[in-house]
Ligand binder design. Structure first.
Ligand code: FE2
Length: 445
């Protein structure tokens, strides 16, 4: 064969390879029979430094939040990247709410960090949007005492910014949302579902919390399931909104608006392992009989105590094994030569921040009633604080008995007729676990 024909042959082969692999040269699926390790993080809520001078407006913003350690967002993500570099999981999944409020600058800066992860570790990154990420009318930067409007992004910009983190290598894409099907391994595929309703944000004037899966997308899911069956592949489903209620009180806007329909289709399609975020707590729920059970794991926010993520291992011999792990901020800070004691003892610092935050809210509400002694208020605030910290971590089962026997809990239960305390009392009841489920561990054959 002449050199001209050899060159032509190489060129044609190159074009075919690009077409077949969806432009993902060097990222062939992990071979069948090989174990796969996936890290699952959620609700990163990143805020770029370029729009944040960390002045008064920002300090007021983050300290009045729900306990997200926004002041150390960069450090947490860098420490997480270090964990990934050390352990080299095959896959990193982020189940939405990548940014604080959909700021374009935050998306661009986070995408750069994700690019570094793929380049330095070989870990394949897959993302989906959360309700805060697209067309967010609350996108703000912080300067001195001012919050100022900053550009947000459209759905097509989201696809463009995160093209290397799922969209470009998808083996199927939904025409009606940003959902896609990815095949990091020949044994396990990822059904990455966009459950957000950002098209309603402008009219609502705020990021719509609710989510649903449209009929069209449900039909596309059915097609994906058929494809997986044909290839004898298991599917792990990932979405931002929840399939099941994870709290008896806090579920409207968190659980999909059409969760019953979605559950029915998931069951029909054998989608029995679902990961979600949104509610910021670590929790595992299931529904259905032994042989037809759907498990849903909600991953807590990466920015909140205990700064944790999920680790999912799949092996064709043993099935799926799930556990959680905490980002090693403390040792990353020490190794990097950082002297900030908040960072070198970050577990205690972030725990104390969430505990204090909850304690103060409870104490303020209790003192306004003028019904309790100082000792009683302290005991009650302490009970709520302890429960809340464990609730976000998914460990309320470990403290359930001691909490229910505490003076603080008994006083809360007696506070039923005090109207101004009704919400906090109901929240306490909703955090008490009603089963023995371990929220940080799961095995599925
Ligand atoms: Fe969130």
């Amino acid at each position: 064969m002449s050199s001209k024909y050899i060159k032509r042959f190489i060129f044609v082969f190159f074009i075919i390879s690009v077409f077949v692999t969806g432009c993902s040269i060097g990222r062939n699926p992990i071979e069948s029979g090989k174990a796969v390790t996936m890290y699952i993080a959620s609700d990163v809520h990143y805020l770029a430094d370029s729009i944040n001078d960390k002045g008064t407006a920002f300090q007021n913003f983050w300290t009045s939040g729900d306990g997200r350690m926004l002041n150390y967002a960069d450090e947490i993500i860098d420490a997480f990247r270090n964990d990934i570099k050390n352990n080299k999981p095959d896959v990193l999944i982020i189940s939405g709410d990548l940014t604080t409020n959909g700021e374009k600058q935050s998306h661009l800066a986070l995408a750069k960090k994700l690019e570094k992860i793929e380049k330095n570790t070989g870990t394949r990154v897959y993302v989906i949007p959360g309700n805060h990420d697209i067309e967010n009318t609350w996108a703000r930067g912080f300067k001195g005492e001012e919050r100022y409007k900053t550009p947000t992004i459209s759905a097509s910009e989201f696809k463009k910014i995160y093209k290397d983190f799922g969209f470009r290598e998808a083996i199927s894409k939904d025409k009606y949302s940003l959902s896609y099907l990815a095949a990091p391994s020949k044994d396990v595929w990822l059904l990455m579902l966009d459950t957000c309703e950002y098209h309603l944000n402008k009219k609502a004037g705020s990021p719509v919390t609710n989510g649903e899966i449209s009929e069209n997308t449900l039909n596309w899911i059915r097609k994906c399931s058929k494809m997986a069956k044909k290839h004898n592949t298991r599917i792990v489903t990932v979405m931002h909104h929840n399939l099941f209620n994870h709290n008896t009180r806090i579920n409207y806007g968190f659980t999909l608006d059409n969760s019953e329909k979605a559950e029915q289709v998931f069951r029909e399609c054998n989608l029995n392992l679902v990961f979600s975020g949104h509610i910021h707590i670590q929790d595992i729920k299931y529904n259905g009989e032994d042989n037809d059970r759907i498990y849903e794991i909600t991953t807590s926010s990466l920015l909140m105590y205990p700064i944790q993520y999920g680790v999912l291992r799949y092996s064709s011999l043993t099935g799926f094994d799930y556990s959680t792990s905490q980002v090693n901020v403390d040792s990353w800070a020490r190794d990097t030569g950082i002297s900030d004691s908040n960072l070198t003892d970050f577990m205690s610092y972030s725990r104390l921040f969430l505990a204090d935050n909850t304690y103060k809210k409870a104490y303020t509400a209790l003192s306004k009633t003028e019904l309790y002694t100082e000792e009683e208020m302290e005991a009650m605030a302490e009970t709520l604080s302890l429960l809340n910290v464990n609730y976000f971590r998914g460990t309320t089962n470990n403290i359930k008995d001691s909490v229910m026997n505490s003076i603080g809990y008994k006083l809360w239960m007696k506070a039923g007729e005090i109207e101004s305390l009704e919400n906090l009392r109901a929240y306490i009841l909703s955090m008490i676990p009603h089963d023995d489920m371990d929220n940080n561990k799961l095995h599925i054959n």
